[in-house]
Structure formats: structure tokens, C-alpha cells
Design a protein around this ligand. Structure first.
Ligand code: ZN
Length: 431
């Protein structure tokens, strides 16, 4: 009932007003402030907001697509719509730092069938911002933008591939002639709101050119570089990449793959990883279909080598394999003993910082109202790596509800929906 409807009670005759005393009294004592001032209120959830150091029960109110208030108690009558999040965790909307979203009919990752349409796979796991990592390059970025980015509710950002044709597959990604810093930087500067970095991936040659030209483009456009180090070549060792070639703020993805010497024969991490971290190089999970190994992750976590950023490397193969989705990859790090608040930080505020979008990844008043509600389920769960091996865990994050720009875009159990009663009708239908 809104204030206008309530106001009618104030003029009913005295006798009748006794019958409806409670409502009349409420109307009489209801100042204008009771007019719902928030669009949405998520109540009684345990908020984990690493940027603001919040790890406690809080109510979160949303207005006009922005976070309007976070407090221990916010009156439900002040909100148009209320979601009860008791027993749940409320986090900033997740930022998946490594995904492949340039879907289309022609190729695999670039304009292809391995990439996935963002909205179909992001919201259901709590992701509100997804960063495409190099599916497109300078020559097909405009197509990616038009076909996917501009048509998605998910906030899609992108690392631009140093290869002009992006992840066009096979020989295209080995062609040094198509890896030019100039055009890559130019397109990055043309779309500063979307392009957040430069990506090199899948390069198999012995030269450093793919990395060096990416860094050159990153320098020109003043953005970080993300590296998928391609084939493991003795001519360009991993430790040298991390201690000499990359700059602080550049990102090494697939950090727990074991595919490029991340783990030594002694069962310890390549000291280059620790040295790289010391210099400010960031380490991203990028789980994917072939890039996450318990064989590496378990000893790495024993050395306290937690990821800076947790990400999926989302594509058709990975999501149907051991990776599955963001919530599942986060749960794997819980199974490895990483504290929940660190897992949330690595999936929200840390990636926001890594891509220089510090307006994202937190629930400060005035920030975009992107947030997610999770159940931390207890039981026995199996988690499979990219190589078919399972470890068991006792808890698993399940995404209950996702809000993007103030709009409920995923609601597993209808927590934001009205309860149906006979005669409720059909309303306005599903939005
Ligand atoms: Zn990838």
C-alpha cells in the first residue's frame, strides 16, 4: 500500500475508523518520510564488502540504480520492494576478470561458438561485470561491441588482443605481423570506457615479441596487460616474464595451470611467482578448460600464494567441465582454505582495482547497485579441476539473487517476487 492509498483512511468516519483502527492510526502518524524512498531493500543479509571493510549483518537500500544506504537497520516501509536475505551473504556484484563473450557464427572465440552470450551465463552465478579477455583484437573490436557488448545487460569490458584478428585460432594467433602495438593502443584509446587492457594469448613461438608488443600497447594506452603465456618455451622462461618483462599491475592469468613451469620439480612454486608478486605483478585464476590443476593450487596455497583475482575463463568447454561458473570457482578456493572474505575480495574489489574501475566492486553509497546474494550451502561437494581430478569440500556458494543497476536480473527462489494467491491475476507479466 502506498501513501496515496493510505491517505484515504484518514478521512473515514470515526466508527469505521475504529474497525480499521490500526491502519488509521498508522496513517495518522505516518509522515511524508514513509513514502517509499527506496526501490529495493535487501534486509538482514550478512554483507561482505571488502573495500569498505564490512563483514557484518546489514540492510542495503537501492534507489535509481545506485546504492542509497547501508545500515544495521532500514525500515522496510521505506522500500517499494523488500528481499529477505537472512542467513545469506550479500556481496558486491561479482566481476569475472577472464571470460570469452564474443559469440557469433564464424569462429571459435572470436565471433565464434566457444564464446558465450554474457547475460545467459553471468547473472545466474552472481556476475554483473564480465571482462572479455582478448577474444577480439583491433580489427574486430567494433563488431564485438556492436553484436555483444552494446546488447548485453551485463557490464562487458574487454582486454583487447594484441593480435588484430583476436582469438581467430590456429595460425592467425601466431602471426607476428598481425601483432602491432600501434593499432591495438589506438582502438583501446578510442573506447576507454570499455577497453581495460591488452591481452596476449596462445603464442607458441620462442620470441618475446607477443609479450613485448602487448606491453608496448599497454604503455601507449596506459592500461595493464594480461598474459596467457602460450606454449612453454625454454627461450622465454616464466621467471623472466614475471621479474623483467611485465610491469607492476600487469596480470599473469592461468596462474595455477602448471602448463608453463608454475610448479617446480621439487613440488614448490617457481620462485618467479613470488618474485613477480613482490614487484606488483597480479595473479589471476583463469580456470578454463585446461588451466587449473589441484596439483599446483594445493601446494601454492600451502605457500600462501592466494590469487589476486578469481576468474572463470568462461567458454562453452570450461562451463560444461570442471570450471562451471564463478560461484563454483570461488567455492574451490574455500575448499583450499581461503577465507570467504578474501574469496569475495578476489572476485569484486580486487578485479575492479586491477582494471582501474574503482567505481565497481563495492557497496559504497552512490556506487552502481550491482550486488549478489549467496547461500553458503553445507554438505559434501565435489570440485573437479581441468584435468579430471576431484577434491571434496564441505561448503558451496549458490547464487540466490543478482541485482544489476538496481534491477533484479536473477532470482533463484523468487525472493523478490510477490506470493501468488487465488485472484492475484497475471499482473504485468515477467519483465
Ligand atoms: Zn581465456
Amino acid at each position: 500500500m502506498n501513501l496515496r492509498a493510505r491517505a484515504g483512511w484518514a478521512v473515514v468516519p470515526t466508527v469505521l475508523s475504529l474497525l480499521v483502527g490500526v491502519s488509521a492510526a498508522a496513517a495518522g502518524t505516518t509522515p511524508a518520510a514513509r513514502e517509499p524512498q527506496y526501490d529495493l531493500l535487501i534486509r538482514r543479509g550478512h554483507v561482505i564488502d571488502p573495500k569498505n571493510g564490512t563483514d557484518a549483518l546489514r540492510d542495503v537500500a537501492v534507489k535509481d540504480g545506485k546504492i542509497a544506504k547501508v545500515a544495521e537497520r532500514i525500515d522496510a516501509r521505506e522500500a517499494e520492494r523488500t528481499v529477505d536475505a537472512s542467513g545469506k551473504y550479500v556481496t558486491p556484484g561479482l566481476i569475472d576478470l577472464h571470460a570469452h563473450l564474443f559469440t557469433g557464427p564464424e569462429g571459435a572465440y572470436a565471433d565464434g561458438f566457444q564464446s558465450v552470450a554474457p547475460d545467459g551465463f553471468t547473472f545466474r552465478s552472481g556476475v554483473t561485470t564480465a571482462v572479455d579477455t582478448g577474444s577480439a583484437g583491433a580489427s574486430n573490436f567494433a563488431q564485438f561491441k556492436k553484436n555483444v557488448i552494446d546488447r548485453s545487460k551485463t557490464r562487458v569490458l574487454a582486454f583487447l588482443n594484441i593480435v588484430g584478428k583476436g582469438m581467430a585460432g590456429g595460425d592467425f594467433e601466431q602471426d607476428l605481423n598481425d601483432m602491432q602495438a600501434g593499432p591495438a593502443a589506438e582502438v583501446a584509446l578510442q573506447y576507454p570506457e570499455i577497453v581495460v587492457g591488452i591481452k596476449t594469448a596462445h603464442y607458441e613461438g620462442p620470441e618475446w615479441d607477443a609479450v613485448e608488443r602487448s606491453v608496448e600497447a599497454g604503455e601507449k594506452a596506459d592500461i595493464p596487460v594480461m598474459v596467457d603465456f602460450g606454449a612453454n618455451r625454454p627461450e622465454r622462461p616464466l621467471a623472466q616474464l614475471l621479474t623483467e618483462k611485465l610491469r607492476p599491475g600487469d596480470i599473469y592469468s592461468h596462474a595455477y595451470s602448471g602448463n608453463r613451469g608454475e610448479l617446480g620439480a621439487d613440488g614448490k612454486l617457481n620462485p618467479g611467482l613470488h618474485a613477480g608478486r613482490e614487484r606488483g605483478v597480479l595473479f589471476d585464476v583463469g580456470h578454463g578448460g585446461g588451466s587449473f590443476a589441484w596439483e599446483v593450487a594445493v601446494p601454492a596455497m600451502k605457500e600462501r600464494f592466494q590469487p589476486d583475482t578469481i576468474s572463470t575463463d568462461l567458454h562453452i568447454t570450461s562451463m560444461n567441465g570442471g570450471m562451471k561458473d564463478m560461484a563454483n570457482v570461488m567455492s574451490k578456493f574455500l575448499a583450499l582454505g581461503m577465507p570467504l572474505k578474501d574469496v569475495v575480495a578476489a572476485s569484486t574489489w580486487r578485479p575492479a582495482q586491477a582494471i582501474g574501475h574503482e567505481e565497481l566492486g563495492h557497496l559504497s553509497v552512490g556506487a552502481p547497485a550491482d550486488l549478489s546474494v549467496f547461500t553458503l550451502e553445507k554438505g559434501r561437494f565435489g570440485f573437479v579441476d581441468s584435468f579430471g581430478f576431484r577434491i571434496d569440500g564441505k561448503q558451496k556458494l549458490l547464487c540466490e539473487l543478482t541485482v544489476r543497476g538496481g534491477e533484479v536480473v536473477w532470482d533463484l527462489n523468487g525472493r523478490a517476487a510477490q506470493v501468488w494467491k487465488p485472484g492475484s491475476g497475471q499482473g504485468d507479466g515477467e519483465h
